[in-house]
Design a protein around this ligand. Structure first.
Ligand code: 3PG
Length: 209
């Protein structure tokens, strides 16, 4: 496992952020970093996503940013240019994955079935995003999936929240859980930094307890 993933394994949570207003990039990063979450996924789902990665990395060089929702080879390249250190996709696309591999960009592809896992594993993935976690059967599905595939590491994402977080984190192959619950889109859009900070603190306490 590479260094970033080792750090992610310690962080236990991967905040998934969908920024639609660039002004939110710095206040959000400040909260996450202050509370011990310097590894952040910024999804490429808005016009400001790449600029947000660039801005956070410049202001907080200690942050470790990943670009999420990376669907094409071009997005792999744009993410790197913006300052992302790894990329994540919701599914597995061998073309995009091979491009990332060849250009030395660590990529975490999404999977939610044995066939997905085998495809991703065959192409060289060792860490995969289990997505959408809850809708795909949650912890029960994940436990069944990990039975035959002991050597992979997983980042379940999708429908995870403080109530079900612990049940995912106790599965040995799970290195971290991802999700938007720390900074929901609505709060981000309204600039509700106190509400976001409260959510981040609740998660911090859960991890530390
Ligand atoms: C993602 O992009 O990884 C998911 O949309 C996050 O899912 P969540 O909003 O249920 O956490």
């Amino acid at each position: 496992m590479n260094m970033i993933l080792k750090q992610l394994q310690q962080q236990r949570i991967l905040p998934v952020i969908q920024l639609e207003d660039l002004k939110g990039a710095e206040p959000l990063a400040e909260i996450l970093i202050t509370h011990g979450f310097p590894i952040i996924e910024i999804t490429l789902r808005s016009d400001v996503s790449l600029a947000a990665i660039e801005r956070i990395k410049k202001r907080y060089p200690q942050s470790i940013l990943s670009a999420g929702t990376v669907l094409t080879p071009t997005q792999v390249d744009s993410a790197r240019k913006a300052g992302a250190e790894f990329v994540i996709s919701p599914g597995f696309n061998p073309v995009t994955f091979k491009h990332a591999l060849q250009s030395n960009m660590f990529m975490v592809p999404g999977v939610n079935s044995p066939s997905d896992i085998e495809q991703a594993f065959y192409h060289g993935a060792s860490v995969m995003k289990f997505f959408p976690a809850e809708a795909s059967g949650g912890v029960n599905m994940l436990k069944s999936l990990t039975g035959p595939y002991q050597r992979i590491h997983l980042i379940p994402t999708g429908g995870i929240n403080p109530d079900n977080l612990a049940s995912y984190l106790q599965i040995p192959q799970v290195i971290a859980c991802g999700g938007t619950w720390l900074a929901p889109l609505d709060s981000l859009n309204k600039g509700q930094w106190k509400i976001i900070e409260e959510k981040v603190k609740v998660t911090r306490n859960l991890i530390d307890s």
